[in-house]
Write a protein that binds this ligand. Structure first.
Ligand SMILES: NC(=O)c1ccc[n+]([C@@H]2O[C@H](COP(=O)([O-])OP(=O)(O)OC[C@H]3O[C@@H](n4cnc5c(N)ncnc54)[C@H](OP(=O)(O)O)[C@@H]3O)[C@@H](O)[C@H]2O)c1
Length: 336
């Protein structure tokens, strides 16, 4: 993206992504949906042991969800589960160990859920990383791509039969980022392989994969919407988390006074998840929409040159399917 596009992003972000943007948007909200309960609903949150995933887990557990917190590190995961149980008083909170950047790990999660014939009403693809060196995943892919694009694709596709059987309604949320505004839908270098040589740019990888999540939400929504599975992407805004402090310290320090807190960042994730309690939400929400502060947003900024067509999403989808074939099989469900 050119200089004009970057300026456009920073102007738009400064106005909307921080705590002032949240305050402006929230002034007119009807909060009644936030009073809803999730008793009887099974929810999975990836990247749940800290930051936005942890905050979301707490909020959903407080509302009575049967919650599966997907964490890659068993110890950090167990500590987080205990904290959520304690804070929410909900004992129906479980650790699901899985590294979402590994296809084998995802496949074993899906096999476990298939064998248990467990329902799933809401899947929140929240796990994310922003790193500054080329790190190969367990499958040899660039790690940001493996964590934010390939993993969520494989997990969502694999759990699809359970979501479709458990609904309607069922919901999938991709926690993307406003960073996606700075990237077109990159399909030529679909796994960021071009970043292996030369100077690795973690921001480029991150914004590409966040854009890919938006495109994947669109395609999953088209495919599964008619069966009652609503699929959305969203941007939490700029929220103070350990991940942000560690991965982009310069940006965080410059804008820290305008950052929103973690609860404000998680608000729209929780709000989208709670829509699963409304039978008629399909008409209220935009299928495949990109949400910030409980409202669908434009997917492209002026002068950014990021528009793409359906054929680009087809290419992305086909490439991801090829990577998953024989490695991650969708769950086979037995009738409820
Ligand atoms: N905070 C913001 O301002 C902001 C803005 C835009 C978008 N986002 C998005 O929001 C999401 C959450 O970000 P955050 O700020 O809360 O970051 P964070 O504090 O770094 O939390 C990220 C979580 O993801 C987990 N994770 C990373 N890789 C994983 C893997 N391979 N398998 C399973 N779990 C994995 C981490 O676990 P470990 O403890 O094991 O590392 C951690 O629990 C990300 O997708 C991020 O891109 C955040």
């Amino acid at each position: 993206m050119g200089v004009l596009g970057n300026i456009s992003f920073l102007l738009y972000g400064s106005k909307n992504f921080g705590k002032k943007g949240f305050a402006r948007a929230s002034a007119t909200w009807d909060n009644s949906v936030m009073e809803r309960r999730l008793d009887g609903k099974v929810v999975m949150v990836t990247g749940a042991n800290q930051g936005l995933g942890f905050e979301t887990s707490q909020e959903l557990a407080r509302r009575g969800a049967t919650l599966y917190m997907v964490c890659r590190n068993p110890q950090r995961g167990e500590e987080a589960v205990q904290k959520v149980r304690q804070a929410s008083g909900n004992q129906d909170v479980h650790l699901q160990v899985c590294d979402v950047s590994s296809l084998a790990s995802i496949d074993s999660l899906i096999r476990e859920w298939e064998a248990a014939n467990r329902p799933l009403h809401v899947l929140i693809n929240n796990a994310g990383i922003l790193v500054h060196e080329f790190q190969p995943s367990a499958d040899g892919y660039e790690s940001c791509f493996a964590t934010s694009t390939l993993g969520p694709f494989a997990l969502t596709r694999g759990l699809g039969p359970l979501l479709r059987r458990s609904g309607p309604p069922a919901r999938v949320v991709f926690v993307s980022s406003g960073g996606m505004y700075t990237s077109p839908l990159e399909v030529r270098h679909v796994s960021n392989e071009d970043l292996r040589t030369g100077k690795y740019d973690g921001m480029v990888a991150y914004s590409r994969d966040k854009r890919r999540q938006v495109a994947l939400a669109e395609r999953f929504a088209e495919l599964w919407g008619p069966e009652g599975v609503g699929v959305y992407s969203m941007h939490p805004g700029w929220a103070t988390t350990e991940g942000v402090k560690k991965s982009i310290p310069g940006f965080y320090n410059f804008y820290r006074d305008s950052f929103r807190d973690v609860a404000q960042g998680a608000d729209t994730i929780v709000w989208l998840a709670l829509q699963v309690t409304l039978q008629d939400d399909a008409s209220a929400l935009q299928p495949g929409g990109f949400y910030l502060d409980r409202a669908p947003q434009t997917k492209h900024l002026r002068m950014a040159g990021t528009q793409y067509g359906k054929q680009h999403v087809d290419e992305l989808w086909a490439a991801l399917e090829r990577m998953c074939v024989d490695k991650v099989k969708p769950a086979v469900v037995t009738p409820a």
